[in-house]
Design a protein around this ligand. Structure first.
Ligand code: DI6
Ligand code: FE
Length: 410
């Protein structure tokens, strides 16, 4: 049965629905889209519009393209300070891992973040979240991981939630206490993991500040056994898990994530074929982060062909962080994913909408289809490939969030 009325009807629009219509992008040219009670109620061609269905409000899109609101599913957007100095050091030949071992890297940002007040953290992080939102992003995942002690980790998560309300985006929070070993635990990684499992994870769960738990499984991070303990504690507190896996070396991270039923394994440049196959069976999303690959001048490509062959959904994200991906442009990541990883523009758009939503465990968004949340991005482009083609431009002209027009300048 067609709905009798819409709260909002979009007319004169081209729709990239990303559903199986048989057309690339699930495209519907000369389409219309009806919204009711914050959800998409009807999607189709203007010609098929239900006769007599009234709309309280109509938005003439003037031929704009409409996509699902973008989802940035992997960011470290809440932190203080920056690491431009390390950028210079790397240009003089020091590696990311060497800087980390010398007490810089993640621990440099930890010092700055611990020292910042909550208001100062908001002040410094807000422009990053606002910049992402200005590009049509309506859902952002933000990780902790620059506190590395319970109170500071929780403060980062609370700031992330506050920023979502301030800026007007949906924020999903991920506890990444197992990001690096804090200097006060040097030489005692297992004791730090004990602390994370006994103190930080239970506190974040009790205060409902985290939607998921992540860890950095790597030679310069934590071992597979330590990661497994973090996952077990997360599960015991009813939290979903994700993993920074196989970024710099093949640490068996992809297989570990899959066996834990992780929502996603992220980076995965060095994931083995076996690990990829396990992800395919488990339904674990591969989150590709071309910004970090680019900034580290990595040359080891993620196994894209294997992801395709094993039907592993690929998401793309900014990895917005002060060390390895100081970017706030998800569209720039579309271009880098095409240019560096040879993804198609269609894979990029799916990777920053439906697959990114799945990497967060969200099935209520990411497609233009009845029943989905009415989170939409409107674009001044002639065809969807333009979102990936341009390098550093922003054709976002409107956003609809939960069925309400929050930005529109045709
Ligand atoms: N991998 C990353 O890309 C970020 N964390 C991680 O484990 C980098 C974080 C940083 O360098 O500050
Ligand atoms: Fe990251």
């Amino acid at each position: 049965m067609l709905p009798a009325a819409f709260d909002l009807l979009l007319t004169n629009a081209h729709l990239a629905t990303l559903t199986e219509t048989g057309a690339r992008y699930g495209a519907i040219h000369n389409g219309a889209l009806g919204i009711r009670e914050g959800q998409i109620a009807w999607v189709g061609t203007a010609a098929d519009r239900p006769r007599g269905a009234s709309a309280r409000e109509t938005l003439d899109c003037h031929g704009a393209w409409v996509t699902p609101g973008l989802v940035d599913c992997h960011t470290h957007a809440v932190y203080a300070g920056n690491r431009a100095n390390e950028f210079e050091q790397r240009l003089h030949g020091t590696t990311y891992a060497e800087i980390a071992r010398a007490g810089g890297g993640i621990n440099a940002t930890v010092r700055a973040t611990r020292a910042a007040s909550e208001d100062e953290l908001i002040r410094q992080s807000r422009p990053r979240v606002a910049a992402l939102a200005a590009e049509g992003v309506t859902t952002i995942e933000i990780k902790s991981g620059y506190g590395l002690e319970t109170a500071s980790e929780l403060r980062q998560l609370a700031v992330a939630r506050r920023l979502g309300e301030d800026v007007g985006v949906d924020v999903r929070t991920t506890l990444l206490a197992a990001h690096a070993l804090p200097t006060e635990f040097e030489g005692h990684a297992d004791s730090y993991i004990d602390y994370v499992c006994r103190d930080t994870i239970p506190a974040a769960a009790a205060l409902r500040l985290a939607d998921a738990v992540d860890a950095f499984c790597e030679t310069i991070g934590f071992t597979a056994a330590q990661t497994q303990r973090v996952f077990d504690a997360a599960r015991a507190h009813g939290l979903a898990v994700k993993l920074h896996a196989d970024q710099l070396t093949d640490s068996g991270g992809a297989a570990l994530a899959a066996s834990a039923g992780a929502l996603s394994a992220d980076h995965v440049e060095h994931a083995s074929e076996q690990g990829v196959a396990a992800m395919g069976r488990a339904g674990t999303v591969a989150v590709l982060l071309p910004g970090a690959y680019f900034a580290l001048r990595d040359t080891h490509l993620p196994p894209i062909a294997a992801f395709r062959a094993h039907r592993v959904p690929m998401a793309i994200s900014t990895d917005c962080n002060p060390g390895t991906s100081p970017t706030t442009s998800l569209l720039l990541m579309f271009n880098m994913a095409c240019t560096l990883f040879r993804l198609t523009p269609e894979e990029c758009l799916a990777g920053a909408t439906v697959h990114a939503a799945r990497a967060l465990g969200l099935t209520d968004r990411g497609l233009l289809a009845p029943g989905q949340r009415a989170d939409l991005a409107l674009w001044d482009i002639a065809e969807p490939a333009e979102l990936s083609y341009r390098i550093g431009s922003n054709p976002s002209i409107g956003v609809i969030r939960g069925g309400r027009v929050t930005r529109w300048r045709p």
